[in-house]
Write a protein of this length. Sequence first.
Length: 451
Amino acid sequence: MENITIQDVLAATGGTLLCGNKDKVITHFCIDSREADETSLFVPIIGERVDAHKFMASCLDAGAASFTQEHDAYEHTQPVIAVKDTIKAMQDLAIFYRNKMNLPIVAVTGSVGKTTTREMITCVLKGKFKAFETSGNQNSQIGVPLTIDKMSFDDEIAVLELGMSERGQITTLTNIAQPNVAVVTNVGVAHIEQLKTRENICQEKLDIQKGLKEDGVLFINGDNDMLSKYAPELVTHPYRFYGFGENCDFRATDMTEADGQASFLCHFDGRSYPVTINTLGKHNVLNALAAIAVGNHFGVPVETAVKQLMQFKGQRQSIRESNGYTVIDDTYNASPDSMKASLSILDTMKGKNHKVAVLADMLELGENSPLYHKEVGTYLAGTSITYLFAVGDLIDHTIEEVKEKNPSVIVRKFDDNESLTAALQKFLQPGDAVLLKGSNGMKLKEVAAAL
């Protein structure tokens, strides 16, 4: 943050200054007491296990200011601001700071693909602007304020990622970000355990428009069944679809894949442009379409966008060669849609001896989790994948479906990641391709690192 004083903090939050100098300047939020310094504003968060108020004193001694929701009085030379809720105060100050920033913001949400889409959009916008973007996965009720905190007056445009796990959280985040453009990548079943139905998830994602500027616009995945169905009914701002379907304003056709690249024709406003990206999969073509659409909205020439996308290398999914075989490491997280997208990449790889899918449980999918795991099994059974190595409990439903639908797939089940790793190291040979995919909690990243 730039040019923010304790007086500004009081104005933004409605808090009460218990002690300290109201003219003190702060430059950033701090939620880790070990990182507190003389320009920090410590935000003590009450978690399930730890109440961070117990670290207040050490932060103040380090020269930081601090919020508190547990004190009516306090004595210290550094500022202490009493508020009703420290997280809400953090969000209110982020809104205050965002309102001081005269720059357009692009907000991205969706069940899957948020991070890659955000990265591609940023990549395209850097062809014209000094673009700021969310760091890592800072897309939560705490992460978005931490992200806005890092924006500077030198930035010309920002691309923020908005995530959610419960109803109402997108409304909170979009009201903080106040985007000029919103992007909705898709509606799947991630967090369906909390939201119960895909219809509820769809409504939650489209709530991103609630914080959209009056003259704002949405770019929406027109290939997604829920979004194409409900956008005309629920969206009150101008919107444009992107995708492969004829209903899309930004449309991809003639997609091909070779040598780790996807190529396609991008059509919009009566013209066609050849595009090549250094990532595989139909889902990444959709992400690229969103980036081209947003870039076009902000005046980035398509030719520039295409050149920028050629430089893009995704962070979430890596494809590398190791010991003569190809490793597709997509272990960050998993849902049915992202599972099938990753399996499609393995399926379409040419000239491989064995195609090995290493799958683990998809977590937090609610009471219909067995059905979603079977859905993945049905999809895998219709591909050219020859081996399934599996670990977990829920993955048994995938195995069951694969065995029923395509008995030629050789299935091996493992009790833990250690035995899975040992088996893969012994089995994989030069010329093979192996995909690793599962929810983060299944820790397949450790297996990928060992290959």
